[in-house]
Design a protein around this ligand. Structure first.
Ligand code: ZN
Length: 314
């Protein structure tokens, strides 16, 4: 039985969710800290964990699931850093090493969506399945993938939200909101894209508004692409935009239309309701991802045979 105590951080652009516990369903302490400056937010995060360790007992390891882009490569000089983010003040910010040294414990650091994919693989919609793709549709669109228990990395990490999709200008004259690509998936289907196109936040629009047909179409094209490229066992769609549950049947129907019988599998026909699904962990997928990363950090540390953690930060 796993009785290690973990520190978990879901580092978001507006808030840091910090939790201490032996797992995502056994949380002993939790707090939400506003994302202001790196100095202030990271100092408050460290203080929260230091206080928890003092009051409830030692922490074994730390997991950070962060907004990105990040450097998730452990051998890199900038491992644990948020790298080229457009968020003011946060470019090239060392999050992982700062917290790890402050707590004197090993850490694992990855994107929030890779973390959520790992959590869904372990405990959620992908439990007992070989692979998971997790997509969040909210302030941005991001995606992570876990294949046979491993998060997909390479050059850095997947950026599944920025794929090109087909837009018919006659149906959707909106040219997109992505500062890099205009009408990429994120530029067409994210919360800010919906708001820019319609003039009001998506949450204020009726289910019958025509924009939802467009959003469903772009997400369906994307899911078809992930299906062809990764062939995952399940595609999990989370994030604020996907709270509109009526999108799911529309996306499933359109994915089937795009695939058009080319992939013969029950999950793309009668069982599609179990292929394109909401997060099994609900809105806890993000913080659960940080716990999954912390658990991997502890395992890697044990396997390394080291007897002590990193040098305490002074
Ligand atoms: Zn883009």
């Amino acid at each position: 039985m796993d009785t290690k105590r973990y520190a978990a951080v879901e580092a978001g652009g507006t808030k840091f969710v910090c939790a201490v516990g032996t797992g995502p369903t056994e949380i002993e302490r939790e707090t939400r800290l506003p994302t202001t400056t790196p100095e202030e937010t990271l100092r408050s995060t460290l203080e929260f964990f230091q206080t928890a360790a003092r009051e409830i007992g030692p922490i074994s390891s730390l997991g950070v699931a962060s907004f990105g882009p990040v450097d998730p490569e452990p051998s890199s000089r900038t491992y644990g850093y948020i790298t080229t983010t457009p968020k003011p003040g946060w470019r090239n910010t060392d999050v992982g090493n700062f917290l790890s040294r402050g707590l004197g414990v090993p850490f694992k650091f990855d994107t929030d969506v890779n973390g959520a994919a790992l959590a869904e693989y372990r405990w959620g919609a992908g439990k007992a399945l070989p692979s998971v793709v997790y997509i969040t549709v909210g302030t941005g669109v991001g995606g992570g993938a876990v294949l046979d228990g491993q998060m997909v990395h390479g050059l850095m990490h997947p950026e599944m939200g920025h794929i090109p999709v087909r837009r018919d200008p006659a149906l959707d004259p909106f040219e997109g909101s992505c500062p890099f690509h205009g009408d990429c998936l994120e530029g067409l289907a994210s919360g800010p894209a919906i708001q820019k196109r319609c003039g009001v936040p998506g949450g204020e629009l009726e289910d019958t508004h025509e924009v939802w047909q467009l959003v469903a179409e772009y997400l369906a094209q994307a899911v078809a692409v992930y299906t062809y490229v990764v062939s995952p066992s399940v595609v999990v769609l989370g994030g604020g935009v996907m709270q509109r549950r009526g999108l799911f049947p529309e996306i499933r129907k359109r994915v089937q239309a795009w695939v058009n019988g080319y992939i013969e599998h029950p999950k793309l026909s009668r069982d599609v309701g179990n292929y394109i699904v909401p997060p099994g962990l609900g809105d806890r997928a993000g913080i659960a991802g940080a716990f999954a990363l912390a658990s991997e950090a502890a395992s890697a540390f044990e396997a390394s045979g080291d007897s002590i953690g990193p040098e305490p930060f002074v």
